[in-house]
Design a protein around this ligand. Structure first.
Ligand code: AMP
Ligand code: ZN
Length: 133
């Protein structure tokens, strides 16, 4: 665990999150500034900064979980498609230096934008309950 890392604190349960999936290695939770309804982040619990700092075994396991969570979101929301986004470095828009994969659900007829909006906390809580339940 890295001391000043907000995603390590979430993985350790020190900061609350709108959890949608968890196992020994990985945690998935709703993004608090979603691009779309159900925007989810998937992280390894162990800290590494980005793709190039993460071991192949951890990456393989995390990507397998990204697939599992995406399948679950597609069925539970339901959504019509989804984007996977993984930013590396400030120039690429990475704001949290703990590797994470974005799953961005897409809905037919909605514009394909990559703009975030502050989420409504009550709505996020209800959505996380519905998706994880
Ligand atoms: P990135 O720009 O790829 O580094 O994405 C970081 C994402 O983390 C952003 O979309 C933020 O909205 C999201 N984020 C930051 N803090 C939290 C938090 N406490 N819980 C959930 N998502 C967060
Ligand atoms: Zn971390």
């Amino acid at each position: 665990m890295k001391n000043d890392c907000i995603f390590c604190a979430i993985a350790a349960g020190e900061i609350p999150s709108f959890k949608v999936y968890e196992d020994d290695l990985v945690l998935a939770y709703l993004d608090i500034n979603p691009f779309t309804k159900g925007h989810t982040l998937v992280i390894p619990k162990a800290h590494s900064a980005g793709l190039l700092d993460t071991g192949d075994d951890v990456l393989a396991a995390v990507v397998a979980r990204v697939k599992k969570v995406a399948a679950h979101l597609k069925a539970a929301l339901p959504c019509d498609g989804f984007n996977i986004l993984q930013n590396n470095g400030e120039a690429a828009g990475q704001t949290v230096k703990h590797i994470h994969f974005h799953i961005i659900p897409r809905y037919a007829g909605e514009p394909l934008t990559f703009e975030s909006k502050p989420g409504d906390m009550a709505e996020l809580a209800a959505l996380a309950d519905r998706i994880s339940g």
